[in-house]
Ligand binder design. Structure first.
Ligand code: ATP
Length: 453
């Protein structure tokens, strides 16, 4: 695809997100808050499905990982220890012509000179570090001791609570602590829709181990994480692994892989999988004066564990799911004429709505009653949607556009009006192939459930 085609594709995706209620700009009626987004009804379901599946795979399906739900407000001491107060910065320049504030390392160059992307001006200030953390005040007094930060990542509360979690969970190494939650970064240039936001969610795992296990576990978690993206339906061909070179890695990391996705706006990071050695725990030991170590009962050794961290972005993965799912093909309209069909090919596991239920006609009481019965039957197993408005073809099309994988239609056959053998059967339509099959109502739950688990 050319750059122009990719830009058009992205425009269509952003417009669908708004039109169908996946993602809205925050505070839109007041002109919008830059770099902040609200998820609409369908976006909320999609995000929920993603987080729930991550939690299932990373925590509940395993014996060696437990969860934590840490606070957002963070004591400065913890973020001084982690290095965020001093070094969590991006280089910033000002354009003297249009006064824009820009990220120095993302500026395009023309003939070897950096240019302002807004006005094309070349009169830029020297780059200076800009700290990305949001600061706030706790309590009524405004003295420096009342400063708190909104956490820039979820990881630090895991390190700070390491000892408490170890004591209560009685896990043996290697074991992990997982967390899903909000993080905040005052990005200089939020851009590419939700990709770079100022408020976002992370799904992070800190997997603690013995020092000699670190490199093997880094390879293990990279594989696990790639498998996860495949399992949620992301096309493997659009996923890439970047082995981050020494010069670009944090000085304490012995190895880092970035898992990248080919977005329409370019190949960009979805997740970082990093072997962080014992850096974080050692920093908190130094600053707090507390022991955050591990006692091995078999070898009688006491030591500070090392850690491998797979750190993923919820919002970036939602955006990758949306970009990956967006497709156009053609389908016949009511008169049999071919028209363009927009179809979101979400994996059934991730789809916001799993099944739509349609009575063939809304003015036939018996059809409506049966359709409501089927809806009630499915509801306790999955997210269902009932729709009786408009021609059946239009109703299918509306569901295709939001990625509902299954459609169930209740027709006169269901009522037994076309022969007893068809009574209590429905048509089950597949979103991707648009094929329909006849299924007994009593088999519906299992047929659909087996595909959405
Ligand atoms: P980038 O280089 O793109 O700014 P990063 O390397 O600083 O990302 P990490 O600190 O490794 O990101 O954070 C882990 C994950 O959190 C990222 O892979 C990404 O999915 C998510 N994330 C980080 N910053 C943002 C943001 N501003 N908006 C949305 N998601 C983010």
């Amino acid at each position: 695809m050319t750059g122009k085609e990719n830009a058009q594709r992205m425009e269509k995706i952003v417009s669908l997100c708004k039109r169908r209620g996946f993602i809205f700009q925050a505070s839109e009626i007041y002109g919008g808050l830059n770099g902040v987004w609200d998820y609409g009804p369908l976006g909320t379901e999609l995000k929920y499905n993603l987080k729930q599946y991550w939690w299932k795979v990373v925590v509940r399906d395993r014996d060696d990982v437990v969860g934590l739900d840490g606070s957002i407000l963070t004591l400065p001491a913890a973020l001084e220890a982690s290095g965020h107060v001093d070094t969590f910065t991006d280089p910033m320049v000002d354009c003297r012509t249009c006064k824009a504030r820009l990220r120095a390392d993302q500026l395009a160059e023309k003939n070897g000179t950096k240019q302002c992307p807004n006005c094309g001006g070349k009169d830029l200030t020297e780059a200076r570090p800009f700290n990305l953390m949001f600061q706030t005040q706790m309590g009524a007094s405004a003295d420096p001791a009342s400063i708190a930060y909104l956490r820039p990542e979820t990881a630090q509360s895991i390190f700070v609570q390491f000892k408490n979690v170890l004591d209560v969970s009685r896990k043996k190494l290697p074991f992990g602590i997982a967390q899903i939650g909000k993080a905040f970064r005052n990005e200089i240039n939020p851009r590419n829709f939700t990709f770079r936001s100022r408020e976002f969610e992370q799904m992070e795992l800190e997997y603690f181990c013995r020092p000699e296990q670190g490199m093997d576990l880094l390879a293990y978690w990279l594989k696990e994480r790639i498998r996860f993206y495949e399992e949620i339906g992301i096309n493997r061909k659009r996923l890439h692994v970047l082995d981050v070179p020494d010069k670009d890695r944090a000085f304490y990391s012995k190895g880092t892989f970035d898992i990248e996705y080919e977005f329409p706006f370019g190949r960009q990071e979805l997740e970082g999988v990093a072997y962080r050695t014992d850096y974080d725990l050692q920093q908190h030991i130094k600053s707090s004066g507390k022991t955050l170590d591990y006692f091995d009962e078999e070898t009688k050794e006491r030591f500070v564990p090392h850690v491998v961290e797979p750190s993923a972005g919820v919002d970036r993965t939602v955006l990758a799911l949306i970009c990956d799912a967006y497709d156009e093909d053609s389908a016949p309209d009511e008169k049999g004429k071919m028209e363009t069909r927009i179809v979101m090919r979400f994996h059934p596991r991730m789809a916001p709505i799993k099944c739509a239920v349609f009575p063939l006609l809304k003015n036939k009481e018996a059809l409506v009653a049966k359709a409501r019965e089927v809806q009630a039957l499915l509801r306790s197993h999955m997210n269902v949607f009932y729709d009786e408005g408009g021609a059946i073809g239009r109703r299918y099309r509306r569901q295709d556009e939001i990625g509902t994988p299954f459609g169930v239609t209740i027709d006169f056959e269901t009522l037994g009006e076309k022969g007893e053998e068809l009574r209590d059967t429905v048509t089950l339509r597949d979103r991707d192939s648009m094929k329909q099959e006849r299924v007994a109502i009593k088999d519906l739950v299992e047929t659909i459930s087996s595909k959405i688990r």
